[in-house]
Design a protein around this ligand. Structure first.
Ligand code: KG4
Ligand code: ZN
Length: 340
């Protein structure tokens, strides 16, 4: 089985081809960082136009690199939501057109499910597993029982972790996207110099909250000299924010593990999978890895390039759905909101 996947739900335009032997035959991706940088965040209208400009070329390139023709495909998949509606429409319409032209089925993929299933492409992880999905728009703990079978154990009650990184990075004068810039800035910093809160830590349940951390960061900045931050202050504050987010996620993950251990849903080989753009953060990965070692759980984190938005994960989720006969009609309507 060979599936072409398209991703256009945010600021990455991407096309990829994967097969049922878990091989990524081609992966083409264009980030729109330069288009959005002047605005300090993703501008939906600019994103949609950029997807429109670039997607066709990326598809042609992906097919060429994979060495497959349209008729060699078994399905065409695209992110059908959740995401910015203009971009999702571009991806869905393109995939529908390709599916119609090739006579192959169309698969509408939930972007969150694509992140959730990536570890099965990269590491052949079997169900069930605990998923920590941490991206710019989402921060959730999910018990993954199978394709399309999820139980949410916890979520953010305000901002997502990536949003917290992006917003605090912007306050510190770091560029867009903030997460990677903040991680670089934090490299030499002292995470304990500024006292930042650990929202929700110690509370029952697995929900998280990050808006208080944003406010606390603003308050610390107000105590520092006005104007650009000194290299020392920047490094220490970035390390402080990163440390606080990692502390909270580590503690909440531990609770989600306990819950699955206790209700018997962790299975015989308890496994934690981390996914989403924030999973690229090395400090977070190290913390979760150590937590799993202590708790006797396996830890799986996809390679960095497959943690952030990409089309291989969409193609793979499309393939998993196709294997179960889960294809979609050509009148599928893009879903800007689409909870798992
Ligand atoms: O999954 P993703 O590519 O897009 C969606 O939100 O769906 O995640 C992007 C988010 C952004 O908030 C970005 O700042 C964050 O992931 N991110 C990181 C790192 N790389 C990306 N956050 C912390 N450390 C990183 N290295
Ligand atoms: Zn994403």
């Amino acid at each position: 089985m060979i599936v072409l996947g398209l991703e256009t739900s945010c600021d990455e335009t991407a096309a990829a081809v994967v097969d049922c032997d878990r091989r990524v035959l081609a992966q083409k991706l264009l980030s729109q960082y330069d288009e959005h940088r002047p605005y300090g965040g993703v501008v939906p209208e600019i994103a949609a136009r950029a997807h429109l400009d670039h997607l066709d070329g990326l598809v042609a390139e992906a097919l060429r690199v994979a060495g497959v023709r349209l008729t060699d495909l078994d399905a065409v998949a695209a992110t059908g939501g959740p995401g910015l509606i203009g971009g999702v429409i571009v991806g869905v319409m393109t995939a529908k057109a390709l599916a119609l032209a090739s006579g192959r089925p169309f698969v509408a993929v939930n972007h969150l499910e694509a992140h959730a299933l990536t570890a099965r492409l990269t590491d052949a992880v079997s169900f069930p597993y605990l998923l920590l999905l941490v991206s710019g728009g989402h921060c959730q703990f999910l018990e993954v029982r199978g394709v399309g079978a999820y139980r949410r154990l916890g979520t953010t009650i305000d901002d997502a972790a990536g949003e917290c990184f992006d917003k605090t990075a912007k306050m510190m004068g770091l560029g867009h996207p903030g997460g990677p810039a903040l991680e670089r800035a934090a490299a030499e910093g002292d995470p304990d110099r500024f006292a930042l809160p650990r929202p929700m830590r110690g509370r029952p349940g697995c929900d998280v909250s990050f808006s208080g951390l944003k406010t606390a960061t603003r308050q610390v900045l107000d105590t520092l000299p006005p104007g650009p931050l000194s290299a020392r202050d920047l490094a220490d504050l970035a390390a402080g924010v990163q440390g606080a987010v990692a502390d909270v996620l580590e503690e909440r993950t531990g609770r989600a593990m306990t819950r699955m251990d206790q209700d018997g849903t962790a299975g015989s080989a308890p496994t934690l999978v981390v996914a989403g753009g924030v999973a690229a953060n090395q400090t977070l990965r190290a913390r979760l890895n150590a937590l799993c070692a202590v708790r006797g759980w396996a830890f799986v984190a996809p390679p960095l390039g497959l943690c952030t938005d990409n089309a291989a994960m969409v193609a793979w989720a499309g393939l998993e759905r196709l294997r179960l006969g889960l294809t979609d009609p050509l009148d599928f309507r893009p879903r800007p909101r689409w909870p798992l």
